[in-house]
Design a protein around this ligand. Structure first.
Ligand SMILES: [Zn+2]
Length: 355
């Protein structure tokens, strides 16, 4: 009997929720583009092939609560941005050189935002503790007033606003996509109720994400960027997540954790040039889950990841880690590069990392 076929494993897998709907396949490029529906179909197929898909709890998306979703979108995006997105309905085109739209994009993006806040509602109401939202288009580059970097609405920010609305006082967003989540940073830059923590390649698209972008006003110290050179391994990421992320998360003591889960730091990714394996993503997940002991729960929201194989196998390992079936096996690696990152972090984030 394989590990996932025991009765105990079945119970553990049922405690993890998935939100997926075929509507998320209807945002379609009209030319060859890395952010396309096959990313999601590959994840679903991989989970079905491994006889895992049916073992998770599936949350039906159903008809979206349009009014409520728009209310949340208005808290993070400008009126003009929302109107622009709605105006795309029925057409193909490009918002910028990276970001395409197709006839259903505006309604798909609305549903991705809806799925993200539904996951938060489910977690805060205590029905499930861990949920993975398998939706697209992704969101973390969407700023207050602009769609960019394949992103239309900022799904993680919508999720955070819902958590706030439901009474969460401290919301942690952790973003391990290889790109900096400039949109999420901008939206919460002057707030201390939402802590944004990002590891990303730098310098790299979209150009933001330096150490010294620490937030402003009362948000000072609540925006944490860890810029990384390319080529880092699982072991180096482990040291960063254990010695920086974990410390900050424990001190911040979030009521809920929202994860911008991008998989473009996978070694097979055509855009990324990092060296993480699926084991590395499982290890990061494990550290995230262990670093917020009092959190009501964890909502993972899909961002990037453009190697179909790297993406789907990594999502599978992350889900098994969320179910507490998998214990990631990564040895911490202490290189000169990582030691320098730790030293810089202690300088910029002394309010979190000083003893
Ligand atoms: Zn990315």
């Amino acid at each position: 009997m394989s590990q996932i076929e025991t009765l105990e494993a079945s119970h553990k897998l049922k405690e993890v929720g998935i939100i997926f709907d075929e509507i998320f396949l209807e945002h379609k490029p009209f030319y060859s583009h890395p952010e396309n529906p096959s990313r999601l179909t590959a994840i679903v197929q991989t989970l079905k092939f491994g006889k895992l898909w049916d073992k998770f709890s599936h949350l039906e998306l159903g008809e979206p609560a349009i009014h409520e979703t728009k209310e949340l979108l208005r808290k993070i995006h400008s009126h003009e941005h929302i109107e622009m997105v709605e105006g795309l309905a029925g057409h193909y085109g490009n918002i910028d050189s990276d970001t395409y739209y197709s006839p259903d994009t505006s309604s798909v993006a609305l549903r991705a935002a809806y799925a993200s806040w539904k996951a938060v509602e489910t977690v805060i109401s205590g029905k499930l503790k861990k949920i993975f939202v398998l939706a697209r288009p992704p969101g973390h580059h969407a700023t207050i007033s602009e769609a960019m970097g394949f992103c239309i609405y900022n799904n993680a920010a919508v999720a955070a606003e819902k958590a706030k609305e439901m009474g969460a006082e401290r919301i942690l967003i952790v973003d391990f996509d290889i790109h900096h989540g400039n949109g999420t940073q901008e939206i919460f830059y002057s707030r201390d109720d939402v802590l944004y923590f990002s590891t990303h390649r730098y310098p790299f698209y979209p150009g933001t994400g330096k150490f010294d972008e620490i937030g402003e006003g009362k948000g000072k110290g609540f925006n944490i960027n860890i810029p990384l050179p390319s080529g880092l391994s699982d072991g180096e990421y482990k040291k960063i997540y254990e010695e920086i992320f974990s410390e900050i998360s424990r001190k911040f003591d979030p009521h809920i954790v929202i994860v911008s889960a991008g998989f473009d730091a996978h070694y097979k990714d055509p855009l990324g040039d990092m060296n993480l394996t699926e084991e590395g993503f499982a290890m990061i997940t494990d550290i995230i889950l262990r670093s917020a002991p009092r959190a009501r729960g964890f909502v993972f929201i899909l961002e990037g990841g453009y190697s179909i194989d790297g993406l789907s196998s990594s999502v599978r390992e992350v889900l098994l880690t969320m179910a507490d079936i998998k214990n990631p096996d990564v040895t911490t690696s202490s290189t000169h590069t990582v030691d320098k990152i730790l030293l810089d972090s202690q300088k910029y984030f002394s309010m979190w990392l000083s003893n």
